[in-house]
Design a protein around this ligand. Structure first.
Ligand SMILES: N[C@@H](CCC(=O)N[C@@H](CS)C(=O)NCC(=O)O)C(=O)O
Length: 217
């Protein structure tokens, strides 16, 4: 048995944050595919695993028994403590990382995920919901762009779980339907993340959550 099991699928940027963290730490892990697009997260069996009905679900198979964590920010925090890497090193950094994890969950991945879902997987090009999500995401990207001014990573010169959380969906601008033209600090920051030893795109880390006959991309 591997040390970790991650419930997810490659289309999930939220699962990807955790998969990437496992990979960058060279962890012994496997992905348990969740068939999101046919409603697996809504089924009672999955709700038993996570009452919130969401991936990622991370299970650490420890000597004393399995330890289960959900919410990508909590999973990343756990893994940074477990591996002693990519976490905060001072009290001030601890709260800086925490506020970016919260910002990511609400305003970055929290808007990018649903916007990408509507545009790419539900085929909805416009509408009030799409316009709202687009506007909110562009505002969040403006904040990220400003925070990255003059620094390589969110906390400064080294990557942390704050970067891994925020980047979850941002390698897919075409699928989200956005451009970084007015957010010039974002593409080089994504390049720096892609240059980290062990980096892999989500598509290379997890299977699809779609059934082959419903796949559109
Ligand atoms: N804030 C959560 C968001 C997780 C989330 O939205 N997961 C999606 C896939 S990306 C999901 O499983 N949704 C299931 C559903 O809404 O039924 C996190 O960071 O883990």
């Amino acid at each position: 048995m591997t040390d970790f099991t991650l419930y997810g699928f490659w289309e999930s940027g939220n699962a990807y944050k955790v998969a990437l963290m496992l990979e960058l730490n060279d962890a012994d892990w496997r992905c348990e595919r969740v068939a999101f697009f046919t409603g697996e997260t809504r089924r009672p069996e999955f709700r038993k695993l996570n009452v919130m009905g969401e991936v990622p679900v991370l299970i650490h198979h420890r000597a004393g028994g399995d330890f289960t964590i959900t919410q990508s920010g909590a999973c990343l925090t756990y893994l940074s403590k477990h591996f002693g890497k990519f976490g905060p090193e001072t009290e001030s950094e601890e709260y800086d990382v925490l506020r970016w994890l919260l910002f990511d969950s609400q305003k970055m991945s929290g808007f990018a995920g649903p916007l990408r879902f509507l545009r790419t997987f539900a085929g909805k090009a416009d509408g009030d919901d799409v316009e709202f999500l687009h506007g909110r995401l562009m505002a969040a990207l403006k904040a990220l762009n400003a925070a990255l001014d003059g620094r390589d990573f969110i906390l400064g010169d080294r990557p942390t779980i704050a970067d891994f959380a925020l980047q979850g969906y941002l390698h897919w601008p075409e699928q989200i339907g956005i451009a970084y033209d007015d957010r010039p600090n974002i593409p080089p920051w994504l390049d720096r993340i892609r240059a980290l030893p062990g980096f892999k795109p989500s598509e290379d880390l997890m299977p699809s959550g779609r059934e082959p006959e419903t796949a559109t991309a």
